[in-house]
Design a protein. Structure first.
Length: 106
């Protein structure tokens, strides 16, 4: 899964608008017999369900892209993104805050 695949999933979510346009055409402009309230309700429920499924598919694709593009671990950094080789001990930070930089107890 890559960013181009994600773009395809985003575009497919927009097809929900096409589904609604189709329903509107059928309801407002089609020469076929009128739609009942049940027909309209069922069609809207179906569109909503498909939209929810498209969004879930998009979210799943997004999670895959993120998982593939972000390293699971950053060697040389702690969990806060601070370089391990420059991280100071609590004792050293206390000494530094007292103006005693460079002193260290044995």
């Amino acid at each position: 899964m890559n960013v181009n695949d994600l773009e395809d999933k985003i575009m497919s979510v927009w097809s929900t608008a096409d589904d609604i346009d189709t329903l509107l055409y059928r309801y407002l402009d089609s020469p076929a017999e009128e739609l009942s309230k049940d027909d309209i309700s069922n069609t809207l429920l179906g569109i909503k369900s498909l939209h929810d499924q498209r969004c879930q598919k998009l979210w799943d694709a997004f999670e895959k892209v993120v998982a593939n593009s972000v390293p699971s671990e950053m060697p040389g950094f702690d969990s806060n993104g601070i370089r391990l080789d420059v991280r100071k001990s609590d004792e050293q930070r206390r000494l530094d805050s007292m103006g005693l930089e460079g002193l260290r107890s044995g």
